[in-house]
Design a protein around this ligand. Sequence first.
Ligand code: FA5
Ligand code: MG
Length: 342
Amino acid sequence: MLQKIQLEALEKIMQCQNNTQLNEIKVLYLGKKGPLQEVMQQLKTLSVEEKKEVGKKVNELKSLLESTIETKRIQLNEIALQQQLENEKIDLTLEADYYEQGNLHPLIKIQTELEDIFIAMGYDVAKIGEVELDLYNFERANIPHDHPARDMQDTFYIDDEKLLRTHTTAVQMRYLEEHANNLPIQVVCPGKVYRRDDDDATHSHQFMQIEGLVVKENVKMSDLKGTLLLMAQKMFGENQKIRFRPSYFQFTEPSVEVDVSCPFCGGKGCNVCKQTGWIEILGAGMVHPKVLEMAGIDSTKYSGFAFGAGIDRIAMLRYGVEDIRHFFTNDIRFLKSFNRFD
Ligand code: FA5
Ligand code: MG
């Protein structure tokens, strides 16, 4: 009887595939309703000698089954672990997830570079919003309502008083007013501007400018020239030349427009500079005394120079981009090609 139970039980233990089955077998043979309990029940009918003998055998079988089950459990755990390791194996040769890294927009790069050039010369950097009052964009720049000079900058109006600034000269006018009692002034103001220009290769309805403004005693046109020459050389190289051309702005007197010698042909003449050897990048001049007075600054004591440069134009020259619209269409292939300037 016991022999049969033993054989059967050992066989079943061997066949167990997992811990759940093993637990079932344990309950089946060693539990309260198992065959061994049954044998124990029947002991009553036996003699004292037989009871001793059979009882001992039952206990021996119990501990044999117990130890076999535990050994089997260790084996099963081992196998399960092996399988888990097998399944979760990490393939180190698999290609990892790749997250693309962005880079700075070319216009922001040029803006930052320009800021750094002027910071090194002791300038402050001022940034003010793109929605501006007519007062600062035009009136304080000596361009009254209904003055024909307004036609030079076709404007996006928001209402009668507010507009999208057409030039960073608006920031210049605010800065003059704010610092009228805190001179001297040395500041650059970069930012976006808007005009109802027709878009073409060198014009956009939205572009960027950087304004420069210096106000103190005895500022001269030659200071302006030296400053702009330095900026041009830092941006385009040591051999860079600049040229002042007489021009007209309501808010400067005298006024000039500044050309840089064409960086593509070194000034010899090519398609980009239309064979002239020069390319216009900015407008500038000595701050009009009337503008200083409107801001509350004594124009008999102080003078100033100012300039407004097109950041997009500078970026086009610097990177050899032939169409300004590339900067705004956000073609990822175009934008990615600027990594090399990091
Ligand atoms: C002005 O905006 C003056 N406020 C500049 C100035 C400032 C003069 C301070 C004197 C003192 P202008 O409209 O020429 O000037 O624009 C200046 C520069 O902005 C141009 O030389 C050019 O580089 C750039 N620019 C002008 N219009 C556009 C446009 N539609 N798209 C891209 N760049 C432009
Ligand atoms: Mg111009």
